[in-house]
Write a new protein. Sequence first.
Length: 148
Amino acid sequence: MSGSGIVVTRDFPVGVSQLWDELRQIDRHVLWMADAVALTFTTDQREGIGTTFHCRTKVGPFVTTDTMTVTSWTDEREMGVTHRGLITGEGLFSIVDLGAGKSRLEWRENLLFPWWALGGLGARVARPVLRLLWRGNLRRLERQICGN
């Protein structure tokens, strides 16, 4: 398998607490993630380390259902997940306090593409597409929080 590291960031006109209050609600991610079609929890817990869920994902003609597990969780600071499915990897949301009621969200993903998805070539082709998609997701998250 070959990896694809992707990082997108966005500054939000809200404080860390307000950004975290929305981000921590995993079931609401489908409201702002264009590629997340449906989400079903497979554990009773809905937040924190160990929370597991299936996420149906669609990017262009490609549809998959990944099993995702929350692997790190620090209130108002970070949430990390592992992806297991056709494409595997790890993701991390990190929040930075910018002061004056503003915050920054950094979204990192390291995805592994199998040989049949063209491995490294597939990763290189997917990287700019996913980066563009996830930047749009962060814009939608801001609209979700701010109501714009």
